[in-house]
Design a protein around this ligand. Structure first.
Ligand code: PMP
Length: 449
């Protein structure tokens, strides 16, 4: 087949051609089987080819796939918004549907700014974010993203927003240790707000568990409670970017529920439709909607495909499937099993420095020296090698690295569909184990040259 017209991530790379997917497996043109150890980009949460979702998609397509949101609402869009308000913590009772995680975070930013404007405050337009973060690829979302590799080409066009260090205990940015550090990484937010001026800051955004740029980085106990106290003290809204972590991925409906903190605005994506159709959402709490409802009565954002009946019907079917099979609890249980097994592999491995994460969002960080936590030289691209070898043996894993040599580690994410059985987890681990052994052997050979 001619492959000269589609712009793929790496143009000269030889990607396998997917033919179909079933459960946790994908099959290519040669009928080679791959275990989806990353749910694609942490997306295919309920596995591939689920009949209930295909039925829901067909049923809706037979009725109507698209209406323009300024002309019609639809039953699935209304039902999805209602369902989300029921399953979300606190008063996150309002949904604004978009099509990608980037749009969801960018809309969150705009809603935060509008919230202040509705009350006559026009100076609060900045959103503070953290280094080692990823909030999306569109310009507003990228401005908030502390992902050096994805920013660097466009940096002159970006509002230079990330300004707080990541809560990266494995390599503490302050060279301190928890708990004697007194959560300095959280206190830094207060200093940044004071320096910038409370009157300029609309919100603080964070991935509760950091994904693409840090491989399932979980902040220590008390971190988010401290962050929220600071946000409240300075009238700064708290946006939780749950695009990767939301809808059960970490063993809770939202990852922020691992802490005693309620966000004002939440961005959802990926697992919301488990990859069956593109849809994402910005969830807004009653408190934030209140001045908008009393004021301009409209949110200044939106996309042609926002809230389309087909995608909302699919997302609703996905949420019902997750509920029916109690996949949030299943993810917590299977995730615990997978994490323990990964820790066992790490113990015998010379190159796995850290295993982290919650539920089925787990990360492995590679190091040349476990005691000094020294990273490999970027040229080695160990995570890339692990990914290549895994793929050859029929396992898909996800690269996670913010591209700052010497600052962020080289890591991968293991995030299989929430429906994975423990037997399938063992299959995944057997391949990963072989790959790690092979990489170590090759590195050993290199060292002995
Ligand atoms: N936020 C987070 C936390 C993400 O992980 C991602 C995607 N990796 C995005 C936003 C952007 O989502 P999308 O790729 O759907 O635009």
């Amino acid at each position: 087949m001619n492959r000269d017209h589609l712009i793929k991530p790496i143009l000269e790379a030889d990607y396998p051609m997917v033919k179909y997917g079933k459960g946790v497996y994908l099959y290519d043109q040669d009928n080679k089987k791959y275990i989806d150890g990353s749910s694609g980009a942490v997306t295919a949460s309920i596995g591939h080819g689920v009949q209930e979702i295909i039925n829901a998609m067909n049923e809706q397509a037979k009725k109507v796939s698209f209406v323009y949101r300024s002309q019609f609402t639809s039953e699935p869009a209304e039902a999805l918004a209602k369902k989300l308000s029921e399953i979300m913590p606190g008063d996150l009772n309002w949904s604004f549907f978009v099509n990608s995680g980037s749009e969801a975070t960018e809309t969150a930013m705009k809603i935060a700014i509008q919230y202040w404007q509705e009350q006559g405050v026009y100076t609060k337009t900045k959103v503070i974010s953290r280094w080692m973060s990823y909030h999306g690829i569109t310009m507003g979302a990228l401005s908030m993203s502390g992902h050096v590799a994805r920013r660097e080409r466009f940096v002159s066009l970006l509002d230079d927003l990330p300004s707080v260090s990541a809560p990266y205990c494995y390599r503490c940015p302050f060279n301190l240790t928890y708990p004697s550090c007194d959560l300095l990484c959280a206190s830094e937010l207060e200093r940044v707000i004071q320096r910038t001026g409370e009157d300029k800051i609309a919100a603080f955004i964070a991935e509760p568990i950091v994904g693409a740029s840090a491989a399932a980085l979980v902040p220590p106990a008390g971190y988010y409670e401290k962050i929220k106290t600071i946000c409240d003290r300075y009238n700064v809204l708290f946006i939780a970017d749950e695009v990767m972590t939301g809808i059960g991925r970490t063993g809770k409906m939202l990852a922020i529920e691992h802490w005693e903190v309620q966000p004002d605005i939440v961005a959802l994506g990926k697992g919301m439709s488990a990859g069956y159709t593109p849809i994402a959402a910005t969830l807004v709490s009653d408190r934030i909607m209140d001045p908008i409802l009393k004021g301009s009565k409209s949110i200044m954002s939106g996309h042609t495909y926002s809230a389309n009946p087909l995608s909302t019907a699919v997302a609703l079917a996905v949420l019902e499937f997750i509920e029916k099979h109690q996949l949030v609890d299943v993810a917590a249980d299977t995730g615990k099993y997978l994490k323990e097994k990964l820790q066992e592999i790490a113990k015998k491995s010379s190159i796995i420095g850290d295993v982290r994460g919650e539920g089925l969002l787990l990360g492995i960080e590679f190091v040349t020296n476990k005691i000094e936590k020294r990273s490999f030289n970027k040229a080695f691209n160990i995570s890339g090698l692990v990914i290549k070898k895994s793929m050859k043996k029929g396992l898909l894993v996800y690269q996670a690295n913010a591209g700052e040599e010497g600052v962020t580690g080289d890591a991968i994410i293991i995030s299989p569909p929430l429906v994975i059985t423990k037997k399938e987890v063992d299959e995944l681990l057997a391949i990963l184990n072989e790959v790690i052994d092979e990489v170590e052997e090759e590195l050993g050979l290199l060292n002995s040259l």
